[in-house]
Design a protein around this ligand. Structure first.
Ligand SMILES: [Zn+2]
Length: 478
């Protein structure tokens, strides 16, 4: 069971309470705006996909085209049923509750939902288990491999699973997980078999999770691993772990087709500068054909404003990178939330610098990522079901997930900020693409005048309304 934090009416002075309630309203409007915009993006994707399917493609097997057509059908059904709450009287303000989604890996709406759900689960988990952040240092690990436009990585253009497998292999090292034992070990006193991981050998990483990200640049498709690792506290733990990973990753990612045959002196100097535990022997052991790009850093948040003197300017994102305080649970959690943002980034499916999707690429990529776990937990998190983000099995499961995501708050009229009684609002179902938000109206949701909406007058609770909405979407799909 995951822990749900009920947000009661904020305490404190009336001014602070009002401010917090207004923030809550603004957050909901932003979320509503995002859902509608992403659905419109999904519609553009589907429209382009159908246009592509209309053309003649003698070189593409029919079964591949069928996969694309099926994806299009699935994605076009996404978020066509969403639940809204309408307050009666006044200007009838509307709040967005949640949508029935398609769960397709390339759906813009679903990727955003997954990312948000994952962060909500982590937020609940870390709040309920504060010891985790007291006892371990969370760090953000980024791994990549050398790749070229001509050869990809080891001759493979879509090397994401290779990358994931090399990472998996690396985690088996004793210095990492402390676990791998070739021979079974028995307790000397009792003669009992000591299970893996209980033999007293501690690795540096207690637990973690990762996601694979795809980006594109002039060298073609590029895959990274973004991982959140909980590292045992000890002096210089970042440098020690970084050293281990760099040496292991460099060897494991060796690629004979790599363009780099020698290190330049300035490259070696830069590597050495990144970690003061690296010795000259370590540098001599590095192979030029393997990756030397291993990012391991304390958690940070990206901010438009400079928050501290040690903040670093990120020229690409045009934001300040602010490292969060290790001694403050709240700021550590915000760092975890930032780290998790890098999972489920929309796959880079558009032609470089253009609003057009690249369906040739999509056709090649889809079979490579279909049913593949691009997001995983490892170490002590493996059995933690609260952090699972598997799609729910049925309508009841989906309604329960949505309820957990959004039902934290008591009902407030977004205009008056007063608590609303049950008689003062109603629920309706509409497609998120029929809802518009304008900056000049503070992103207040407007439902298009003649857009179809179905009022759920029978549904008393939000849970009931969500269930009815999801049933409606399933009936539609069938
Ligand atoms: Zn979807």
């Amino acid at each position: 069971m995951s822990v749900t934090i009920t947000q009661a009416r904020p305490e404190g002075s009336p001014e602070t309470a009002t401010k917090e309630l207004q923030q809550r309203v603004d957050r909901n409007r932003k979320r509503s705006n995002r859902a509608s915009n992403l659905k419109r993006e999904a519609n553009r994707l589907c429209k382009q996909m159908y246009a592509f399917l209309q053309e003649e493609h003698p070189s593409i097997p029919q079964e591949d085209l069928n996969v694309l057509e099926k994806a299009g059908r699935q994605i076009s059904s996404c978020a066509t049923h969403a639940l809204y709450r309408e307050h009666l009287g006044g200007a009838s303000p509307v709040e967005y509750i949640g949508a029935a989604t398609c769960k397709h890996k390339i759906c813009p709406v679903c990727n955003s939902e997954r990312s948000k759900r994952l962060r909500r689960k982590w937020m609940d988990y870390l709040t309920a288990n504060p010891k985790l952040l007291e006892e371990y240092d969370p760090m953000h690990l980024t791994l990549t491999v050398p790749h070229t436009a001509a050869h990809g990585f080891r001759g493979e253009q879509f090397y994401v699973m290779t990358l994931i497998n090399i990472f998996k292999e690396m985690r088996r090292n004793v210095w990492f997980s402390g676990r791998p034992e070739v021979l079974p070990k028995y307790c000397e006193e009792t003669g009992k078999l000591l299970r893996k991981g209980r033999d007293g050998i501690e690795g540096m990483v207690y637990a973690g999770e990762y996601g694979a990200e795809v980006t594109r640049n002039e060298h073609g498709m590029h895959f990274h691993i973004h991982s959140l690792v909980f590292v045992r506290k000890q002096l210089q733990n970042r440098n020690e772990l970084h050293r281990h990973i760099l040496l292991a990753w460099n060897w494991a990612t060796m690629d004979q087709t790599a363009t780099r045959q020698h290190f330049r002196p300035d490259e070696l100097a830069a590597i050495k500068k990144g970690n003061k535990l690296l010795t000259d022997e370590d540098l001599a052991a590095l192979v030029p054909q393997g990756s030397t790009l291993v990012g391991l850093e304390s958690l940070f948040v990206m901010s438009d404003k400079r928050l501290g003197t040690s903040d670093k300017w990120d020229a690409e994102k045009r934001q300040w990178k602010h490292y969060v305080s290790k001694n403050n649970l709240k700021s550590l959690i915000s760092g975890v939330m930032e780290c998790l943002k890098y999972h489920f980034e929309p796959l880079a499916l558009k032609k470089h610098g253009s609003p057009e999707y690249d369906f040739q690429l999509l056709l090649e990529l889809l079979p490579k990522i279909f049913g593949k776990p691009l997001y995983q937990k490892f170490g002590a998190f493996r059995g933690v079901t609260e952090l699972n983000i598997n799609p729910p099995k049925d309508a009841a499961g989906e309604a329960a997930e949505l309820l957990q995501d959004y039902a934290h708050e008591e009902v407030i009229n977004p205009d008056t900020l007063e608590e609303a009684e049950r008689e003062e609002y109603t629920y309706f179902v509409a497609c998120v693409a029929s809802v518009y938000h304008f900056n000049e109206h503070g992103l207040r949701p407007h439902v298009r005048r003649n857009a179809p909406r179905v009022y759920l007058d029978q549904a008393r609770t939000m849970g009931h309304a969500l269930r009815v909405m999801i049933d409606m979407s399933i009936t539609k799909r069938e």
